[in-house]
Design a binder for this molecule. Structure first.
Ligand code: C2E
Ligand code: CA
Ligand code: CA
Length: 719
């Protein structure tokens, strides 16, 4: 039994061993199958990952942490300037970065980290990168997404240039200038240095632009820009603010350098610019302000240089003014005045005063000019000189004009209701009111709402407006005229007189400027001008109204010259309506007889040595209103003529000792205004020609004398 049991046990152990070997083989087999299956799976995933990468439009690299590229998709190969992926694999992408300002590895993912990279072909690109963590073949790796932003950067730079530079001249614009000024000031603050700011405005630009067109204006602006850029700016800047305004800023606090720069700027503006084959001198008004004295802020410095420029302009241009605190005070006062004027218009602080206009032929007060005054609670009674120019500048003149027109119409109606008849009131119209046709409607509405005859309202328009847009102004004026209102041309003679324009101006009255009236009694030149204006008015069927008549003498001369109306302190200054009413109630405010010069008959001298001839002449002249003297010799006559003026001299050609022609030639020197008349026996052409050329004889009488001819001649004489 022992042997049998032992054999059975050995077989059992053998069986068990075989079974274990089989199981072990199976595990090995299964493990290998599993390993193979897993490997297959992983390779498939990577392939799939790689397929996705190569289809991606953005450039992607897979690199080891040290930088060696393990994978690159086609977009990355192209972006980095390689032909094949294989050329890139194994290279260190970090070594391609030129611009090291940004450490691409400092953070896991960097936002907006654009670096400059040198490409395989040597070109540079601005590249925006995003870096993330990954793994490759089991080891940690980085996945890098690259985006070429070169074009974007170029566009951005271009946009920035456009936003900071003036399109016409290429100079920095206001925005860039302020940036630069800010930088200069910051640097000056650190270094205890200064900054000088010059504000330049071209003096003749508007004239060129208006008269020669915008293309010529552009030429001027570009030329000026070029000159400014070429100045020794010492690290400073030249900029264009817009229009014809330029700024130059130089980082200096040295007074000498500042004056030198101002001088350069003035000279640059005075160099001629050739336009349409004519050299034009632009001239510039320059204002200067400096850091730190006048402000520590770019905007304030600019503003103050601008204020100083305004003063340079006011003092005639082509000059430099340096900012002073006084200028600021003046400006503040002006701003205060503006605020109060705005308030005044709506709060019944304006009042109208009226100045009489008197007809010289009747002495009657026929019309008045309404002159605005401002009864200000802060400043007292202000005259237009203190606020009209400001109102025109700040755009308040329209409101004032509208107020004046309504107030004048109300007054016309009130006087009529008080039994004073329809008084004509002239109101002043600012040239700025004629740049659009708003005024036509305003006049029509005001007339309609007050129900007054349109002829009672007169608009005084200065002729200076014809400079801007004469056609437009004439059109508006004609439409106002069509409403039936009266028109007067104000300040005639001082503005821009254009006869063609004047002829078409449908005015009833021409107002002779007071500057001519002032010189009337002393200055023969002014008298001649006034006489001419009156004749001009008459020939255009207008009445001539002389302004600013201050003396009886002036009034007398105006009457003599044929003026129709006068206005001035001699009659009355402008007064409130209550005072005017007193004058309106009088039939006449002026005794015109008092103005008439006492009339003397014209004086005539007759020289003839024939008593019979003298008798004939005496017979004819004795019937005429003349004072006549008769003499027989030229010698006696010449002596007498030295002290006694005559209106006319009649003399015979045949005189003892001297012929009539040489005698009249001497008379011409003694009394140039006397009319010279020669009596001749025959119509000898040579005698006539000599008389005309040597003695400037104006009239001839032939023997035998024709009485009607002599009477006709004498009736033309004036005392
Ligand atoms: P203007 O139209 O030439 O008015 C005549 C100015 O001369 C008035 O000054 C008047 O008071 C003054 N004047 C009158 N007679 C004499 C005189 O005999 N001698 C002297 N030296 N001056 C005399 P005022 O009232 O100061 O007005 C000045 C200017 O203001 C006016 O000149 C006119 O251009 C403007 N103005 C007045 N009222 C208005 C208005 O309602 N609207 C507008 N737009 N301007 C007005
Ligand atoms: Ca006037
Ligand atoms: Ca005037």
């Amino acid at each position: 039994m022992g042997e049998e049991l032992e054999g059975a046990l050995r077989r059992a152990i053998e069986r068990e061993k075989k079974a274990r070997q089989y199981a072990e083989g199976l595990v090995e087999e299964r493990t290998e199958a599993l390993r193979l299956a897993y490997e297959k799976m992983r390779i498939g995933e990577e392939q799939e990952f790689f397929d996705v990468l190569s289809r991606m439009p953005c450039a992607v690299l897979l690199a080891q942490n040290s930088g060696e590229v393990a994978l690159a998709n086609p977009a990355a190969v192209e972006l980095l300037g390689f032909a094949l992926e294989s050329e890139l694999i194994g290279r260190n992408w970090l070594s391609m970065i030129v611009d090291n300002e940004i450490d691409p590895l400092s953070q896991g993912v960097q936002e907006d980290a654009a670096v400059l990279m040198r490409k395989a072909n040597g070109d540079f690109s601005a590249v925006h990168i995003i870096i993330g963590s990954s793994a490759f073949l089991g080891s940690p790796a980085r996945i890098i997404i690259l985006h070429d932003v070169s074009e974007q950067r170029r566009l951005h730079q271009q946009l920035r240039y456009q936003a900071t530079h003036d399109g016409l001249t290429g100079l920095p614009n206001r925005h860039r200038l302020l940036e630069k000024l800010g930088q200069y000031i910051a640097s000056a603050r650190v270094h205890g240095a200064g900054l000088s700011v010059f504000f330049i405005d071209l003096d003749k630009f508007k004239f060129i632009n208006d008269s020669m067109g915008h293309a010529a204006g552009d030429v001027v602006l570009c030329e000026v820009a070029k000159r400014l850029q070429n100045l020794p700016l010492a690290g400073g800047v030249a900029a264009r603010l817009g229009g014809d305004e330029f700024v130059v800023a130089v980082p200096t606090s040295n007074a000498l350098e500042r004056r030198q720069m101002a001088q350069y700027l003035l000279e640059a503006m005075l160099l001629p610019i050739r336009l349409e084959r004519i050299d034009q001198i632009m001239g510039g008004s320059i204002g200067a302000a400096q850091y730190p004295e006048h402000g520590s802020d770019a905007e304030i410095l600019l503003k103050r240089a601008d204020i100083a420029m305004y003063h340079a302009k006011e003092s005639g241009g082509s000059t430099v003014c340096y900012f002073t605190e006084h200028m600021q005070e003046e400006l503040d006062a002006r701003n205060q005045l503006e605020i109060r004027l705005r308030h005044a218009i709506n709060h019944d602080e304006l009042v109208l005063f009226y100045q009489p206009q008197v007809d010289l032929s009747t002495g009657m007060l026929v019309s008045v000019e309404a002159l605005v005054r401002w009864q200000s609670p802060d400043y007292g009674l202000l005259f237009p000189g203190a606020f009209i120019a400001l109102a025109e500048e700040v755009g308040l003149i329209r409101d004032i004009g509208a107020w004046v027109m309504v107030a004048a119409c109300k007054q016309i109606l009130r006087w009529h209701q008080e039994g004073l008849g329809w008084v004509r009131v002239a109101v002043n119209v600012s040239p700025l009111d004629l740049v659009n046709d708003e005024i036509v409607k305003r006049v029509a509405d005001t007339l309609a709402s007050h129900g007054i005859p349109p002829e009672c309202l007169e608009l005084e328009i200065t002729e200076s407006l014809s400079i801007s847009d004469p056609e437009m102004a004439l059109d508006i004026i004609s439409r106002i005229k069509a409403l039936g209102v009266a028109l007067a041309i104000d300040d005639f003679g001082v503005g821009y007189s254009n006869l063609g324009y004047l002829k078409r101006f449908p005015a009833e009255r021409l107002k002779i400027d007071q500057s001519f009236v002032r010189g009337l009694s002393q200055n023969a030149h002014d008298k001649a001008i006034v006489a001419t204006i009156i004749q001009l008015a008459r020939s255009l069927s207008m009445q001539a109204l002389a302004e600013g008549v201050e003396t009886e003498e002036e009034a007398r001369i105006l009457l003599e010259l044929g003026a129709h109306l006068i206005q001035g302190y001699w009659i009355s200054k402008a007064v409130p309506s209550e005072e005017l009413v007193v004058m309106l109630r009088k039939m006449c405010v002026l005794d015109t007889r008092q103005l008439q010069a006492p009339t003397h008959p014209p004086k005539v001298l007759v020289i003839d040595d024939h008593p019979m001839m003298l008798d004939v002449i005496q017979n004819i002249l004795s019937t005429l209103p003349l004072e006549v003297q008769y003499m027989g010799s030229a010698e006696v006559a010449l002596e007498y003529l030295a002290d006694n003026p005559f209106s006319a001299i009649i003399c015979d050609y045949q005189l003892p000792g001297e012929n009539g022609i040489s005698f009249l030639a001497k008379v011409r020197i003694l009394q140039p205004s006397a009319v010279r008349i020669l009596i001749t026996a025959s119509a000898d052409l040579a005698v006539l020609r000599e008389a005309i050329n040597i003695a400037r004889v104006e009239h001839f009488l032939q023997k035998p004398l024709d009485p009607t001819q002599l009477i006709a001649l004498m009736s033309t004489l004036r005392a």
